[in-house]
Write a protein that binds this ligand. Structure first.
Ligand code: GLA
Length: 408
């Protein structure tokens, strides 16, 4: 795989040959892996993701006309449009254009000044793998406009605008986690995000100290069913809230989401809920508790309990929330049997995509043999393993794209 320096140099070269000038700035926005706290963000709950060293890159230059011209190196295709008349394209094969158009349109609708530009974009966050390639893309585009137009936007505002583009323009009803961590991630740390208040805390992972590392295994199953099943889960949680609000006395404070339901509230009232709704609520309520506990034990240096909580999270996603699939379950089961694995679970929306595991650094080769290879033999699929670093969120990499800055 090419390193970031080589990728940027390819992009700059392509920029010069297409636009007959040099790019003026480089933007980077990372994908993410969620360590624990799944399907809690749209229930006003807690999540604990980190940004990873797989990212969307943009090299760009402001232009004087009103047009955006964007060349995707990955699709070998150009998108060109007027920045004050942005429309969604329905043309097959041009889906990648809508993330870009969506963010610009939402920025304009929010009364932010747009600057026309030429750009080359390229990403290496695997698509459809649950590692938030689209959030990285959206956050990169918003960050680009922030730099080009000197917009007064902080990371939280960028995340919210990018999420709106995904919700309103792309039409996927995601929560805030992916865009938030892509915009605000920190090196060697995960963020505890309160998705109700959007307050967050950076928690150092200190993995090297434990001789541990994060590995992600792509099951090779492209997330299917995500949109329909995702929306169904949201509706089931909503139904749970409506029913519980008629039976739980919150002292007039009301019940607006599962965040307001404690484990004991739920246990006392679970008989009021239809079975499926009860299991969905149980996942969310206990997953929120697991996130807070996971952060506490991590701070106390107890990685072993952190790993157990990851394992419990997987069981709950598999049995109660029913968003896993047989391939992810197989990967997780193989990982749980392997010595040197501290914890392992599916990550992201589910129905395919990736497993995240915390493992002993010295055991990567054994893990590759006993988990990844055995998985491939048993499932007949091709898996990929990424050993990841937690990195900083989106930003300007350099002001003039060549030569590449020393921070890379
Ligand atoms: C997807 C969504 C997120 C979150 C996760 C599940 O990644 O984009 O907002 O809901 O699924 O935790």
């Amino acid at each position: 795989m090419k390193n970031i320096k080589q990728r940027l140099s390819d992009m700059s070269e392509r920029f010069s040959s297409i636009f007959a000038s040099e790019p003026q700035l480089t933007i980077r926005a990372p994908g993410r892996v969620n360590l624990i706290g799944e399907h809690t963000d749209y229930n006003d709950g807690f999540v604990f993701p980190c940004a990873i060293d797989r990212e969307m890159l943009i090299v760009a230059r402001a232009s004087k006309n009103k047009r955006a011209r964007v060349y995707s190196l990955d699709y070998d295709a150009l998108d060109e449009f007027e920045i004050d008349a942005i429309e969604k394209t329905g043309e097959p094969g041009k889906e990648w254009c809508n993330y870009l158009r969506g963010v610009l349109k939402i920025l304009a609708e929010s009364r932010h000044r747009l600057t026309a530009f030429d750009a080359v974009i390229s990403g290496n966050v695997p698509q459809g793998a649950g590692l938030s390639s689209s959030a990285a893309y959206e956050v990169a585009v918003a960050t680009l406009q922030k730099e080009l137009s000197d917009l007064p936007l902080d990371g939280k505002q960028i995340a919210l605008l990018a999420q709106r583009a995904e919700n309103e323009f792309i039409g996927v009803q995601c929560g805030i986690m992916d865009q938030f961590i892509s915009a605000l991630g920190e090196e060697d740390a995960a963020l505890l995000i309160d998705c109700r208040t959007l307050e967050w805390k950076s928690v150092p992972l200190n993995l090297a100290q434990h001789n541990a590392c994060i590995v992600i295994v792509n099951s090779g199953v492209r997330r299917g069913l995500v949109d329909s099943e995702y929306n169904k889960r949201r509706a089931e949680c909503h139904e749970g809230v409506s029913i519980l609000s008629t039976v739980l006395d919150k002292g007039g404070a009301g019940l607006s989401s599962l965040r307001d339901v404690s484990a004991s509230d739920l246990e006392r009232n679970i008989h009021n809920l239809p079975d499926t709704v009860a299991r969905r609520c149980r996942h969310v309520v206990f997953e929120n508790e697991r996130v807070l506990k996971a952060v506490d034990v991590l701070k106390a240096g107890d990685l072993k309990t952190f790993g157990l909580l990851m394992n419990q999270s997987h069981a709950s996603l598999r049995d109660d929330y029913e968003v896993s699939c047989k391939e992810l379950d197989l990967l997780v089961e193989l990982a749980h049997k392997q010595s040197g694995v501290i914890g392992a679970r599916m990550t992201g929306a589910g129905f395919g995509g990736c497993m995240v595991a915390l493992i002993d650094r010295d055991e990567i080769d054994v893990f590759r043999r006993n988990v990844v290879q055995v998985y491939e033999e048993q499932s007949g699929r091709t898996a990929e393993l990424y050993a990841c670093q937690a990195v900083a969120g989106a930003g300007l990499l350099q002001e003039s794209a060549r030569p590449v800055s020393k921070s890379i």
